[in-house]
Design a protein around this ligand. Structure first.
Ligand code: GCU
Length: 307
């Protein structure tokens, strides 16, 4: 065990502290107004799944947000759903993700491209969902977390999805968003972060990898502006990320790390899991570290879903 400065204790009501310090306030609301089926292919993936594309309209106080979703639905029986945002568009996931194995493990998967919810840009040419609510202070990570909850709303309108046992997964910056969604939305039975690193599952107080100075310089739009005041002052932060994981208890959490992903600090992720463990019942929190680098691989998917 490396020597760490004392970690802030586990305790009740840390969500407000994370809201104020890092992610910002996710406003209530954003109502699903419409979910329109765009296309349906039955019996894809060797007959194991149906592939449905929807266009959803989410009504927000200052306008509507449109989302294009891709759903793989097991043909055999009602299935719990995995919701996950993707980086490069819904079609790219057809090549990148092991859909057939996931479906054979009994899960439906619903995804949308993350920039449809909020651009990933400190000065976006067009605003995302944060522009559709009256002035609130929330960062892009919180906006993507909001989007993950809207994906779960959309899943709730589709026949063949069992609303119990919903899973939220995210990789890297979207792993940070998955954790914040899992904290805030109690409908998620399991929250999975993959290589989520700084402001995700990694402890700030474990030196190594990305720090607050680096993340707030390059990605100021991800967090509340005042978070940058902690650059170089990790020890003064009122929170640390084991508390974020613990805030999901008694619902379940699984953290995936990769040995060569030094920037995401796999050791800091492991230490956060261990420090959070007392908040969970037996089997409430799980962890793996696999060989290799920064990526969401089949091994990550299958170990998380087996958990
Ligand atoms: C950058 C960033 C990380 C982030 C990653 C990603 O490396 O510094 O915090 O997790 O991008 O999203 O791929």
């Amino acid at each position: 065990m490396p020597d760490l400065p004392p970690l802030p204790p586990l305790g009740p009501d840390l969500v407000g502290e994370f809201t104020r310090t890092i992610y910002g306030c996710t406003p209530p609301g954003g109502e699903l107004a419409d979910v329109v089926l765009q296309s349906r292919e039955d019996g894809v993936l060797d007959g194991t799944a149906d592939r449905l594309r929807h266009r959803a309209t989410v009504r927000c106080p200052l306008g509507d947000l449109e989302l294009d979703t891709l759903l793989h639905l097991p043909t055999r029986e009602d299935a719990p759903v995995v919701v996950i945002l993707n980086f490069d568009g819904n079609d790219q996931t057809l090549t990148d993700w092991p859909y057939q194995k996931i479906v054979e493990a009994g899960y439906a998967v619903l995804t949308a491209q993350y920039r449809q919810i909020e651009p990933d840009d400190p000065n976006p040419p067009t605003p995302g969902v944060r522009g559709l609510f009256p002035a609130e202070s929330w960062g892009a990570v919180a906006a993507w977390a909001w989007g993950l909850s809207r994906l779960l709303d959309i899943a709730g309108t589709v026949d063949g999805i069992d609303p119990a046992g919903a899973v939220v997964i995210g990789h890297s910056r979207l792993g940070k968003a998955a954790l914040w969604a899992g904290v805030q939305d109690e409908r998620f039975a399991l929250t999975v972060s993959n290589d989520s690193g700084c402001c995700g599952a990694a402890l700030f107080r474990h030196p190594g990898g990305e720090d607050i100075e680096a993340i707030t310089r390059k990605f100021p739009h991800w967090f509340v502006p005042s978070f940058a005041q902690y650059a170089g002052k990790e020890d003064e932060l009122p929170v640390d990320q084991h508390q974020l994981l613990a805030s999901i208890a008694p619902r379940r959490v699984y953290v995936c790390s990769a040995e060569d992903d030094a920037w995401a600090d796999p050791v800091g992720e492991y230490l956060a899991v261990e420090a959070a463990r007392p908040a969970f019942g037996p089997g409430g929190i799980g962890y793996h570290v696999r060989p290799g680098g920064h990526a969401l691989l089949e091994e990550d998917w299958m170990k998380a879903l087996a958990f």
